[in-house]
Ligand binder design. Sequence first.
Ligand code: PMP
Length: 416
Amino acid sequence: MTDVSRILSNDTSLRERARVVIPGGMYGHQNARSLPEGFPQFLTHGEGARIWDVDGNEYVDFLCSYGPIVLGHHDRRVDAAFRAATEGTRADCQNGPSPVMVDLAERLVEVVDHADWAMFAKNGTDATTMCVTIARATTGRRRVLVAEGAYHGAAPWCTPLPTGTTPEDRAHLDRFRYNDLESVEAAVARADGDLAAIVVSPFRHDARFDQELVDPAWAAALRRICDDTGAALVLDDVRCGFRLAFGGSWEPIGVRPDLSAWSKAIANGHPLAAVLGNDRFRDGAERIYVTGSFWFAAVPMFASLATIDALEEDDAVVHMERMGMLLRAGLAEQAASHGLTIVQSGPPQMPFLTFSADTAFERANVFTATAARHGAYLHPWHNWFLCGAHTPDDIADALVATDAGFAAVRAAFGGD
Ligand code: PMP
């Protein structure tokens, strides 16, 4: 006889199998342990702004694979480029680079105003680490400044969880507060002539905090400090690149970094990262040794060219902004109708929501888990992402789910 108590959902049984053969059951940001009950861990596919889990549940996707999906899942133009790049005699991973590498470098240099050259890798951490290495090679100095709480990757020099690394890995790292000039000046003084780089994200998008847009005067002051000291201004555009602007994320405020790190959205989900730089840092970039078995793979580069063309063709940034504003207006109205105080922060295309008096994110957990059960995939403590495929209908469907989420918060915690 079947033991009915052992009829597991596909997700639960995959989690059980994973615990046996994958340390911790899963690791990094794909570990669903930090998500509340009700979130699936395993997903099968996506189409446009919708995703499906292994139990067949459908969601309006507001995480977009933590950013890479910028046009939507299975964008037809990127899929066509992928198919063309994989059929016939075209190869992906070869003894030498494909001509598409030069095409893509030219396209990025054309589209991103501070860039005179491009290099490619696979992950955001590759790109931020390369920026730091190039800055040190160029300046001959050691010290690197980053904002408190900022995420720049999972390498020993920048990981937020130092287990398994040594203090020496971060011996030349110092911190400042985002948007706080005095704290930057103090860190520059502490560097005492040994400053190689200031690494900064386009806005403050730390997990578990209300997001903070950049103060353009502060960004301009960072530029001046780097000009005065000869240090590199490094923009970590891994999360925001091609979502905030068509071009570099600080182009709208007129501040040009020396180096920028890209990944996530540049190939609509295909594995690719890039470092873009200006001519002052070209020589340092030539002298460092960086490479990877898969860094020159051609297929993601074809996908990237198609992604950039499609972003331009669709004016996708403006579309994401509009859809994000629609979502934001709906959420504000719903929260008020349930008597709940919320803070919505960040740019509309990368929004985030917190509840008042919710330091342990208990309300956020109830809100997002309930919304997930009703078909909207949001995140309790990481910023969300809009994509070019979200439609007003997607937003309307998601708002049905979020209304249930607010009702559950109100029922569990009362109003405030
Ligand atoms: N920088 C930022 C701002 C990021 O958001 C991320 C990834 N979340 C990284 C760097 C690291 O990218 P990856 O996970 O691809 O190594």
